[in-house]
Design a protein around this ligand. Structure first.
Ligand code: FES
Length: 107
């Protein structure tokens, strides 16, 4: 859908960090977390599928994010849970890097 939403300049999200993009910005029904893991960017719904925790506050490593509340891990690419206690996926969104910026395509 077009060029997407510009959420940050390239370099603004450090490796191993995430940016929480509020729902008001995305028009999506949840905030979206944009993750930087080893030079690749990913986006997932920010709210954990297991409870009220923000995955943008989680631990990012090896293509996964670990929920800060009960330590379920999710694949950054697919949003699929990798271990208990989460059993449902979080939705994944497309991210692009071009023109010196990070662009999010919600949905
Ligand atoms: Fe994320 Fe429980 S809220 S694992």
């Amino acid at each position: 859908t077009g060029t997407g939403i510009r959420v940050a300049a390239e370099g603004d999200i450090e490796d191993g960090e995430a940016l929480k993009v509020p729902a008001e910005t995305t028009g999506h029904d949840d905030a979206i977390a944009v993750f930087h893991d080893g030079g690749t960017y990913y986006a997932l719904d920010d709210t954990c599928s297991h409870g009220q925790a923000s995955l943008s506050d989680g631990w990012i490593e090896g293509g996964e994010v670990e929920c800060p509340l009960h330590s379920a891990r999710f694949c950054l690419k697919s949003g699929e849970p990798q271990c208990m206690p989460a059993t449902a996926a979080v939705r994944a969104h497309r991210v692009e890097v071009h023109d010196g910026a990070i662009w999010l395509h919600p949905g």
